[in-house]
Design a protein around this ligand. Structure first.
Ligand SMILES: Cc1cc2nc3c(=O)[nH]c(=O)nc-3n(C[C@H](O)[C@H](O)[C@H](O)COP(=O)(O)OP(=O)(O)OC[C@H]3O[C@@H](n4cnc5c(N)ncnc54)[C@H](O)[C@@H]3O)c2cc1C
Length: 413
């Protein structure tokens, strides 16, 4: 039986996957484990700075979150800027906010520079209020962004309706820094750019052991060994047992997407400007439109059932009917989910909390800076030691249960 692609983006990406190169026989400057945004941005920026770089990807380019996500190129972190400032303090706080506010621009700059064909839109994203309380929270966030002079607009119910075609929301925060992409196409484009800059990319190669030998690392893989001066792990929530303790340093949650077939003129009023939208619900909901007029909706949790039958199908139908009551019958084309690494303070330290397009791109660049002599004190975040999240597995299982219950409740409402 033919294997189902990991997401819709695999088939709709205009960029092809790069061809795999054999593992380097020479000692290289940097070995990078993981072929997602973090690994590939590290490889691209290292190669551009003249380092020899080798990416090792166990499955395929974009196999992890990078080929499965929603494609929102968001600025900053989940936390409001005042909270970031308070958590990180006066040295790192303002720097982090500044760098991450400019992060979408950096992503779009790379897309332009390397001519990455990834359905990029720069029309902003909307954080929409699903309640009056949600709107009050957004008003507070808006005031904080205004004090920083950032282009974020508080919009009312009618404006959200005009942007989305839905009367469901109480208002929203319209972030003009942000945009959307086809996430797999961006990932493949980064791989192509890294390759063109001289980085080597080996696909289907799993790193199984890391060993420090004098001033080098030996990386054992299922295809032979590699020697490198430095090793970067960009394995996200798809990390295995390669580095002791890494997979218990975050809690993993699942996030799902389900895409309709292209809807044509009947859905022309839905997100005509193709802004991405997510809501203020504690169990988040998102919606976007792709270049071919498919509507994608998603929430926290796993896909249960198929695109024709089962819990997720029913959840999505009910959700879409509630938001767009005038939309006629719809059919779904593909459903998938992926894993997100959540950190305790919601800052992108060991996991990116569902904001990896900008974060992975930026961190890759920072790692290349670090490896070419930048003072670690200039990094966007302070360097920390690995620490375990208490009961991370148990937490992940309980999140799964809660998210499935949420799908059930919304499917029968
Ligand atoms: C459904 C979903 C929706 C999301 N929506 C958004 C969004 O809209 N916007 C946003 O910014 N972020 C979003 N995210 C988060 C974003 O996708 C991730 O933060 C980002 O992709 C992380 O990139 P990465 O390169 O660090 O890791 P990944 O892309 O997860 O890559 C890790 C890679 O490491 C490989 N690997 C693991 N172990 C080994 C090994 N031992 N040897 C070799 N290879 C190995 C894996 O195969 C994998 O390909 C979403 C995530 C999900 C799952």
């Amino acid at each position: 039986m033919q294997k189902q692609p990991i997401s819709l983006w695999v088939t709709t990406a205009e960029e092809d996957e790069v061809s795999s190169a054999p593992l380097s026989g020479d000692r290289i400057d940097v070995a990078i484990v993981g072929g997602g945004y973090t690994g590939l941005s590290t490889a691209l920026h290292c190669a551009e700075r003249g380092l020899s770089a080798q990416v090792i990807e166990a499955e395929c380019i974009g196999y992890g979150g990078s080929g499965r996500n929603v494609g929102f190129v968001n600025a900053a972190a989940w936390l409001p800027p005042d909270k970031v400032h308070k958590t990180l303090g006066p040295e790192y706080g303002p720097r982090f906010i500044k760098q991450f506010s400019a992060a979408p621009a950096r992503v779009f700059e790379l897309i332009e520079k390397h001519r990455i064909q990834c359905e990029a839109t720069r029309t902003g994203t909307v954080h929409a209020a699903n309640s009056r309380t949600g709107f009050r929270e957004l008003r507070d966030r808006h005031a904080q962004w205004c004090r920083l002079g950032e282009p974020v607009e508080l919009i009312d119910h009618d404006h959200v309706h005009q942007l989305t075609g839905s009367r469901e929301f109480h208002g929203g925060l319209f972030d003009h820094r942000a945009g959307t992409i086809n996430p797999m196409a961006y990932c493949r484009g980064l791989a192509r750019a890294a390759n063109e800059a001289g980085a080597r990319i080996s696909i289907g190669v799993r790193a199984t052991k890391l060993k420090r030998i004098r001033n080098s690392w030996r990386i054992e893989t299922n295809q032979g060994n590699l020697r490198a001066g430095s090793v970067v792990l960009g394995t996200n929530a798809y990390t295995d047992h390669l580095w002791p303790g890494l997979n218990s340093a975050f809690s993993a949650i699942h996030y799902l997407q389900i895409a309709t077939k292209p809807l044509g003129a009947t859905a022309a009023h839905i997100l005509p400007g193709r802004q991405g939208l997510w809501d203020t619900g504690r169990i988040m909901f998102n919606i976007r439109r792709d270049a071919k007029g498919r509507i994608l909706v998603g929430t926290m949790g796993r896909v249960v059932g198929s695109t024709k039958l089962g819990l997720t199908h029913r959840w999505a139908l009910r959700r879409i009917q509630r938001i767009f009551p005038d939309l006629g019958p719809i059919e779904f084309e593909q459903a998938w989910h992926g894993r997100i690494a959540m950190t305790q303070d919601h800052l992108p330290t060991i996991g990116y909390n569902g904001r990896g397009i900008t974060t992975g791109t930026l961190f890759g660049q920072s790692l290349a800076d670090l490896l070419t002599g930048m003072d670690p004190k200039k990094l966007p975040l302070p360097l920390t030691n690995l620490s375990s999240v208490p009961c991370s597995r148990l937490k992940s299982c309980s999140y799964d249960l809660v998210f499935t219950a949420n799908q059930i409740i919304n499917a029968i409402r």
